[in-house]
Design a binder for this molecule. Sequence first.
Ligand SMILES: Nc1ncnc2c1ncn2[C@@H]1O[C@H](COP(=O)(O)OP(=O)(O)OP(=O)(O)O)[C@@H](O)[C@H]1O
Ligand SMILES: [Mg+2]
Length: 400
Amino acid sequence: MADVSKVQDGAEKNVLSIALIGPHEQHRRAMAMAVAKHPGAIVHEFPSYSSAQEQLPRLLEDRYSVIIVDADSNPDSALDLAETVCTTSHTSVMAYSSQADVKLAIRFMRVGVREFFTLPVEGTEVAEALTRASTRQPGQQQGEYVPSKVLVFLGTKGGCGVTALASNFAVALAQESERSTLLIDLGLPLGDAAINLGMVTEFSIANAVREANRLDSNFLRTLLATHASGLSVLAAPSDFRAEATPDNESMNKLLAIARLNFEYVVVDVGSRLDLLGSSLFDESSIIYLVTQVGISELRNANRMISQFFPRRSDNLQIVLNRYKPATMLFDDKHIEKALTRQAQWKIPDDYQSARRTQNSATPMALADSPIAQAIRQMARTACGLPADREEKKRIFSFFR
Ligand SMILES: Nc1ncnc2c1ncn2[C@@H]1O[C@H](COP(=O)(O)OP(=O)(O)OP(=O)(O)O)[C@@H](O)[C@H]1O
Ligand SMILES: [Mg+2]
């Protein structure tokens, strides 16, 4: 298998990075040999559609210039994959088949596939197609896929405020960034992110998990509800009977598809640790560890940081929720010692606003309150904007 790291650092000129996806080994090898005849071709082979589908965001982040897919082994999966790549990136997609089936070729061409090879294939035919692909991308041999950002809210203990913060942060992020933003509520069996936002939802993550085998971009869209702020929401089930807990595999697939369709994916994982092995907790994700300043919360925070996230730096953001210096048992020094580092965010304890927004079903982020201001700062920082809007500087200053 070729070393793709050479491609990523862009050190090599005239390199054409190619992902070759095909479960039929003999056919894939035949294509690999034909592709290798193109000067500068670096091939990375994927032996199954699912391995490629699950890693799609990473696959596109690796910026392959060309993706070549086996059309025979499972035409529907191959088409789905090809369509996803064609609609979400500028990567050239090609397909191959052992049959000269015009109808099959047309189906692939309709979703945006540029070249369709019939095996056995001539090396020159493939080389010419690859040359066309490289000239179609003047000055850049790599795709233009912009990796999405995953922002995971995790609590050190139930009731810490994960849902209140995740759902309001997501609203603020959608508004401040003006980018497509999705909130996924994993607060199973019953989550309340949608309720926090005053939304009534028809479908939930249970539908996505139960029918994980048919999950693709279109199916995901049918399960989402849209908040007035523009935020899309994949709610948690509102009924115990609907329980369907995602495992690492279904979570990886859901997240891969979500990342292809949204620039920001905010996830409320509550205080569950069973998905630590999933791609939710990849190095590229930002984890917001939400804790309160209580003995057991700080003890849990200490253990979680040292056991699960010891090497994370900026991609672990500690959030002290319900922070109220006057009534706390510990001062900032003790808190920092317990956390092994400084907390990045302090969200004030604001019972009145929390209560008011619950009663009026209006997100806290949309009100003008100290909580809303702090959450907005978090969201602006997450999307690369200055934390403070000019006109609000004075109001925020009491937390400095
Ligand atoms: N900063 C805050 N000030 C005042 N009240 C808050 C604050 N943050 C959260 N709350 C309130 O605390 C309660 C618990 O919050 P929330 O449901 O967000 O916690 P959670 O961590 O998601 O809980 P669970 O473990 O049940 O999922 C809610 O009533 C919420 O309104
Ligand atoms: Mg919750």
